[in-house]
Each structure stands twice: as structure tokens, then as C-alpha cells.
Design a protein around this ligand. Sequence first.
Ligand code: CP
Ligand code: NVA
Length: 312
Amino acid sequence: MTRHFLRDDDLTPAEQSTILDLAARMKADRFGHRPLAGPRSVAVLFDKQSLRTRISFDAGIAELGGHPLVVDTQVTHFGRGESLADAGRVLSRYVAAIVLRTHGDDRIAEVASGATVPVVNALTDGFHPCQLLADLLTVRERCGGTAGRTLAYVGDGANNMAHSYLLAGAVAGMHVRVAGPVGFAPDEAVLDRAARIAADTGGSVRVLIDPAQAVRDADVIATDTWTSMGQESDGLDRVTPFLPYQVNKELLGQAAPDAIVLHCLPAHRGEEITDEVLDGPQSAVFDQAENRLHAQKALLAFLLDTAAGERR
Ligand code: CP
Ligand code: NVA
């Protein structure tokens, strides 16, 4: 069975911790790890736009000694009539891993069903697990660890980031609170899965409506855009109900005094987060963005090492 990383809960707590340890070592010795030397190629495919994911995978694969193939799928046959399972099967003959940003989770699952190399989720409608590895690395750096820390995510509780905070936070033993307006709560199946994981790791998960209650005494405050890619014309009011969830000085004042602030970016300054907070002393947002690079390098090294172990 080829090992993929489609959701945050595809890693056990021990595996997540191993990857974060490796990411920290790779950050400290940035050009000292070359597991893709050969070079081995990695396909990085985009059905949706990206800045950070695109450049951090491109740079990271090169730093690992590999050859990145970064492709916008609109110029290919990918998903245009050809079965996605066949595409995964073909690409596996060329490259050591496939990284994909796409729409529905069914699409990446179909690619993985045909692939014989690891498939990595670089964001889907449901999850953003690579982002969470970077976020957890940042929490480790700023808060001295993840287990037992409280993370409050405020905003669109039904989006990919909310789901990934629930799952990855639970795997990391964190107490995760998600607060969003009525009608923007996390998927029940994801919430149940996160609760089951948290029961084993000593963490917890909670869904709230009141943003002040969510951030009270929290160690980490996180938010994201109120309108994710693909939701621009879904007919929902994605501003008015979200206004009480803006991460501003007043809301931050109700968290722990040394709480850090995370945002996966791109930020809509003045909407989900104010300039004052994003550029303020408690913001860890730009370290978080940098950590995409280190965390993804570690993830690829881990998956390729695991794949090599399976072949041995
Ligand atoms: N945070 C994130 O995934 O950014 P991009 O959409 O720019 O890749
Ligand atoms: N929730 C956002 C994250 C962007 C990195 C989106 O899916 O557009």
C-alpha cells in the first residue's frame, strides 16, 4: 500500500512528531539534506491558484536535491476527460511523488487510487494538511510544544483550514476550539473523527458560536479568509455574519497575554484580520509562511523514505 498524505489524520501522532522534528533540523541546516539527489522528480500540480504552496514546494524540492515539475493543470489533460486514476498511474512512472492542489477531496482520492508513489494534498476544498504541518512547527517554536496548548480558530468553521486545525490539532494533542457564525460549522464527520483522535492524545475539540469565548485564555489564535477559493459566487453573505469574528486588538486582548496569531495567508487585511494584529508583536504569520518550506521538505523526505522502506 502506497502511503499518501491526503488528510491531517493520515499521520499518527508519532509520525507527525517525527516530521516536525525533521523539519526543525532541516530549518537549522537548510541545504544539508538531499534525499532527492539524483535528481528525482516531483510533480506539483495546481487546479487552483497559489503563491506560497507553489514556490515553497518548488524551492523545497530543489533544496532536497530533486527536480520540481510545477504545472498548472489547465494546460494539461489532467481532469479533462482522462480519468484521474489513470493520470496518477501514469505520473507514477515518471516521478517520485505527486503533490496536488485541487477542488473536491474525491479528485485527489481518485489520483491516489491509481498512483504507486505518494500523493500529497496541497489544499483541497476539505483540508489543507501541509499548511498545518507549518502551523504546528510554528506553535512548537513559539509555545515550546503543541500538546496541551489551546488553539482557537475563528471565522469560517466549515472550510479546509478549520477541518485541518481540528484533525492536525487533535493528532498533536492540542485543545482546538472552532468558532464561526451559525451555518458555518465544521463537517460533523470531521469533528467526530477529531474528537476520537483527541480522546487518545489528551487533546480536545469544541465548536462554538461566541468568538470571545473561543479565544479566552487561548495560546494560539488562528483565522483565515471568509471566502475560500471557489466560493466567490456561492450566493452566501460571507461578510456580515463574520464581522464579530475579525481578529483585532479587542479580540486578541481576551486571549492569553502571550498568545500568538496565525493566518495561512493570503490575508484580506481589514476583513478577517486587522493590520494592527497582522503586523503586531504577537503575529507569527510570516514565520508560519516560511515554515511551509521546512515542513514540506520534511514531509517529502518522510514519505519517500517510507515508500523506499516498503519496496525493500
Ligand atoms: N497558505 C497557502 O496555501 O497559500 P497559497 O494559496 O498562496 O499557496
Ligand atoms: N481557505 C483558503 C485557504 C487558502 C490558502 C482557501 O481555500 O482559499
